[in-house]
Ligand binder design. Structure first.
Ligand SMILES: [Zn+2]
Length: 330
């Protein structure tokens, strides 16, 4: 099984940090891979590398190699991202808002070479990107004339209520503190705006089948979310989770095309796909009535953590196909 491309392992902190989802401090071994190991929170079931690699080492990972990787797979990644956004209702959502606020602003965090932003700009969006990999950010500015910031999201100090939509594809699993990202996205989204998060699904068929050989169990992925733990993180930070779609049954090359097509359909239908996209909305009580054509989201449940124990049963294993993963290695 060929894995997703990853940088090599680096220095780790000496002690585990509390679980980013539930604050718990007890972990069980999930599996080891090479020099690092994944653990599972005994309360909420979130799978994570903990102790973590030091943040400075994480930030230094994404250099020139990432640019060649992204450039080589740009067209395939763009197609996958647009399909995922379509499945999650992104384009329908936009049409709603085009009637009331123009042009709608979108932020893509981890925008790589800016292919998606460029495509959205052509569709009428006002686009901004965040990309900490400098070679990629420079490429996006130079070749596509895009506004791309190279600081991590939280350091950009975007004004509150700035964006109609925020996208993050194959980004959240790379961060030391994904909860901090979620809180910042909540702050900069307009009330009623949506956050679209794409990440591998550790509860998918592939991850369950392959365990540590799963292509997304790589050193660059500090967290391996499931279709339960990612929505829980979003809800816990104020969002209303509206939709979770998964896809990808078998990696290319693992089975004949007909079997793969069948597995892909089954995985999607059973919500056990290898990758997932979640649409989470910032509630818009503040503007209730201003957008009568937009359905009001249900009340936020800030701590819906009663579900956690069911989730910690060890059924946490998933598979996913990162959108930013090289097609060549699928
Ligand atoms: Zn936890």
């Amino acid at each position: 099984m060929i894995k997703t491309w990853s940088t090599p392992a680096t220095v780790q902190e000496e002690r585990p940090i509390p679980c980013v989802l539930c604050g718990g401090s007890r972990f069980k071994k999930h599996f080891s891979y090479g020099d690092f190991r994944y653990v599972r929170c005994t309360i909420c079931g979130l799978v994570q590398i903990n102790p973590q690699p030091v943040p400075a080492a994480v930030r230094d990972r994404y250099g020139a190699d990432y640019l060649s990787y992204e450039r080589a797979n740009e067209t395939a990644f763009l197609r996958l991202q647009e399909l995922a956004l379509k499945d999650a209702g992104f384009f329908d959502d936009l049409e709603d808002y085009l009637t009331v606020r123009e042009p709608p602003a979108v932020l893509d965090i981890g925008c790589a070479t800016g292919a998606l932003l460029s495509s959205l700009r052509e569709k009428g969006w006002q686009v901004t990107g965040v990309e900490i990999s400098r070679p990629q950010a420079e490429y996006a500015r130079r070749e596509r004339n895009l506004d791309v910031r190279t600081r991590p999201l939280e350091e950009n100090r975007f004004p509150p209520d700035s964006f109609r939509a925020v996208l993050a594809s194959h980004l959240i699993e790379h961060l030391n503190d994904p909860a901090s990202l979620v809180r910042e996205v909540y702050r900069i989204l307009l009330p009623g705006g949506c956050f679209y998060v794409t990440t591998p699904n550790i509860a998918g068929f592939q991850a369950r089948l392959l365990g540590k050989r799963w292509r997304s169990a790589i050193f660059d992925h500090l967290y391996l979310f499931s279709a339960k733990t990612l929505p829980a993180l979003l809800r816990r930070n104020g969002f209303t989770v509206e939709k979770t779609v998964t896809w990808g049954g078998l990696a290319a090359g693992l089975a004949p095309p007909r079997i793969k097509a069948w597995a892909d359909r089954a995985a999607k239908k059973l919500n056990r796909g290898d990758v997932m996209i979640v649409r989470a909305r910032k509630p818009n009580e503040k503007f209730a009535g201003l957008y009568p054509h937009v359905e009001q989201p249900p009340q936020v449940r800030p701590f819906p953590n009663q579900d956690f124990r069911q989730n910690a049963s060890g059924s946490e294993s998933s598979g996913f196909i990162p959108l930013h993963v090289p097609t060549g290695v699928f």
